[in-house]
Design a protein. Structure first.
Length: 284
């Protein structure tokens, strides 16, 4: 029996090692990244100052449609193998993309006079907008499923409420870029800053010492309890309001910050405006 020379043996070992490393690196890249470039391009074209050009997007929605096909066909196991920020970005983008597609499928929206509680052009006029099933990583999921059964249940990241956009004026502004795992923390903080310093996020009445905040915090304020401790040492508030005030404080401008820490403010919630978050249409 011939013995393999040391040089040949070493060469063989090195080749095997190189192949293993290349395969591992390729697998790692696939596991930790989802390409959101199509949605990024779509948002860059049709979002201006937090509003959507639905009329323009209705005419040219190929990027959005192709992106939703990618979302639909991505294996669930691959999504769950991504790093957590990548997973959160995937679901936020899926939610926002599906919401826009829901609007486009019914645009222009002509509401029913029977549904007089909401504006005629509101997503609230679309039947089953939040319960209709869409394909996401190979399984049927509704907008409610994505928000409540995945994002809120699986991840302890209450800032998602500043990123999920339900196509209404009182929603946080939609970004003109897609969320990305490596930028997620920065993007969520930027969303909080923009939204909380807008008329839809907070409003302070100095005369009555009343802080009006978005109804989002009324509905989902409990998600912030535990995630944001009482570092301001606020007293006399229920746990939900204590957590919310500690969260929003870091993003607000100085006058409102001073009001929060200098005296007990009354907390009330802003009325939610369900008018469609579209770019204003030109007058006829």
């Amino acid at each position: 029996m011939k013995l393999i020379s040391s040089a040949k043996l070493l060469t063989g070992i090195l080749l095997i090692a190189v192949c293993i490393c290349e395969e591992y690196a390729s697998g790692l890249t696939n596991e930790t990244f989802f390409d959101h470039s199509l949605f990024n391009r779509f948002l860059g074209r049709f979002v201006v100052a937090g509003r959507v050009n639905y009329a323009g997007a209705k005419i040219e929605s190929s990027d959005l449609n192709t992106y939703l096909l990618k979302i639909a066909s991505e294996p669930k196991s691959k999504v769950f193998s991504m790093k957590e920020p990548e997973q959160i970005a995937f679901y936020i983008n899926a939610y926002n993309a599906i919401t826009i597609k829901t609007i486009l499928d019914h645009y222009p929206i002509h509401g029913s006079l029977l549904n007089f509680l909401y504006p005629q052009n509101s997503i609230r006029q679309i039947k089953n907008a939040w319960s209709e099933k869409h394909t996401v990583h190979g399984e049927p999921l509704s907008l409610d499923d994505i928000e409540h059964n995945i994002l809120r249940k699986k991840y302890r990241e209450p800032r998602i409420h500043l990123a999920l956009v339900c196509a209404a004026m009182s929603c946080p502004p939609i970004r003109n870029e897609a969320y990305r795992g490596e930028l997620l923390d920065k993007q969520l903080n930027d969303q909080a800053t923009k939204f909380l310093n807008s008329p839809y996020g907070t409003r302070y009445d100095a005369a009555s010492k009343t802080l009006y905040i978005s109804s989002i915090f009324k509905w989902y304020g409990d998600d912030f309890v535990g995630a944001y401790k009482n570092s301001l040492d606020l007293k006399g508030y229920p746990p939900k309001e204590t957590a919310v005030l500690n969260f929003i404080y870091r993003f607000l401008k100085e006058p409102i910050q001073k009001a929060i820490i200098s005296s007990k403010v009354k907390v009330k919630y802003l009325k939610y405006d369900w008018t469609l978050n579209q770019i204003p249409l030109p007058a006829n």
